[in-house]
Write a protein that binds this ligand. Structure first.
Ligand code: APR
Ligand code: PHB
Length: 393
């Protein structure tokens, strides 16, 4: 059976796997990335788009931030709309940090370009099917490519293959503990060829359901609507989407959104999910493979990058001088940030969405919470420091 060898075998070419491969390369450590989809698919898959300050710093510091700095949109605040009111949270004033709006697929494109320019090995349309020997010093990733079975032999495996990947399932029964919550709603997301009517994101709590106004560039808007979890996208022709967005967002006198052709639309379920620990023997799990957050806190891509920043340091310490301490503390350290983001994402989600059954008590609590953010500098700072990302957790 054809086999190859590397130091770190990485499953998945999302932000986690690609960034890890890049960081390892900078430390002189070899890796091979296996990705089941095509390059075109991963470069055009529409995903999240908010980078915390720490993520921007990591991308820039490691030499892949050039286009991000040119094209990314720096935002110093967000707007909250509720009960017919509008309130700006001045995040940069409150924390000294900001966020940058830059699509996840752009981060993926930049990382792929950097890895390939440096002679890095990313095998597209290579589907990892099974991990073996994780408790030995030479694990193997079995994968299929062009209809053939192949093997990747390595010192360590990094499972960066997202929620539906194979890596998490390679851990023996009884080792991992799962924590999860599903929500009784989903998001319908659209990408529209319409110049954003605002400079900052708007998070709207409305009796018809949550809405979010985001963007990708001065020409492209990204908008989301809370819908039922089993909603059929066919029931949402473009005119219905715009009517619903107008109803939920045009709640401030004199303000209206800009409409334009809808380029893409899809429905995403919402869940919170964590498995612990993030390591078993020579398998290290990172990103969506081990934790999912609802998108309301804009944390998914940032957590994936934060995980692999720790992993990069841990592998470097091992290859430099055989140090195992950072490999051993990886899971516990990463999980502190993961749980902070779990709480923040759950909190934002609970504050902003219409809950399953109309519960007037819950809805009064939501308004009270939003009003507290709007009037208390301490509370607004708490939201802001979580949103822009905490340097230490
Ligand atoms: N073999 C090879 N590749 C696989 C396999 C497999 N068996 N299973 C999944 N993959 C690939 C997927 O095709 C995907 O490209 O793993 C990659 C995982 O990437 P992401 O899903 O982007 O996950 P991650 O890198 O952890 O980034 C998390 O993605 O879903 C968003 O909101 C989330 O922003 C967050 C980010
Ligand atoms: C996005 O622009 O895709 C986006 C922004 C903020 C979120 C989620 C998604 O909370």
């Amino acid at each position: 059976m054809p086999g190859m060898r590397t130091q770190v075998g990485i499953v998945g070419a999302g932000p986690a796997g690609l960034m890890l491969s890049h960081l390892l390369h900078l430390r002189g450590i070899e890796s091979v990335v296996l990705e089941s989809r095509s390059r075109d698919h991963v470069e055009h898959r529409l995903r999240a788009g908010v980078l915390e300050q720490g993520s921007v710093d990591l991308l820039c510091r490691s030499g892949v931030g050039e286009r991000l700095q040119r094209e990314g949109l720096r935002h110093e605040g967000i707007e909250l709309r509720f009960a017919g009111e509008s309130h700006r949270v001045p995040m940069a004033d409150l924390t000294g940090r900001a966020i940058t709006v830059y699509g996840q697929q752009e981060v993926v494109k930049d990382l792929i370009a950097a890895r390939l320019a440096a002679g890095g090995s990313i095998l597209f349309e290579a589907d990892a099917v099974r991990l073996d020997g994780l408790d030995s010093d030479s694990p193997i990733v079995h994968f299929r490519r062009d209809g053939r079975d192949e093997e990747l032999h390595c010192d360590f495996v990094a499972g960066c293959d997202g929620f539906h990947g194979v890596s998490r399932g390679a851990v023996p029964d009884g080792v991992l503990t799962t924590y999860e919550r599903t929500y009784p709603f989903a998001w319908l997301g659209v990408l529209a060829a319409a110049p954003p009517a605002v400079e900052e994101l708007i998070y709207a709590n409305h009796e018809r359901g949550f809405a979010l106004y985001s963007m990708r560039s001065p020409e492209i808007s990204r908008l989301y609507l809370q819908v039922a979890p089993d909603e059929d996208i066919a029931a949402w022709p473009d005119e219905r989407i715009w009517a619903e967005l107008r109803a939920r967002l045009e709640t401030v006198p004199g303000w209206s959104l800009n409409e334009g052709p809808i380029l893409e639309k899809s429905i995403t379920p919402m869940r919170s999910f964590v498995v612990e620990p993030m390591r078993w023997e020579r398998l290290f799990l990172a990103g969506d493979a081990v934790h999912i957050v609802p998108p309301t806190g804009a944390k998914g891509m940032n957590l994936a990058l934060a995980d692999v920043a720790l992993l990069g340091d841990a592998f470097a310490a091992w290859y430099d001088g055989g140090r195992t301490d950072l490999l051993e503390t990886y899971s516990a350290k990463a999980l502190r940030r993961v749980w902070r983001a779990q709480h923040f994402s759950w909190w934002m989600t609970s504050m902003l969405h219409r809950l399953e059954r109309d519960d007037p008590y819950e809805s009064k609590l939501q308004t009270a919470t939003l009003r507290y953010v709007a009037t208390s500098e301490a509370y607004a700072r708490s939201l802001s420091e979580n949103y822009v990302g905490l340097p230490e957790v």
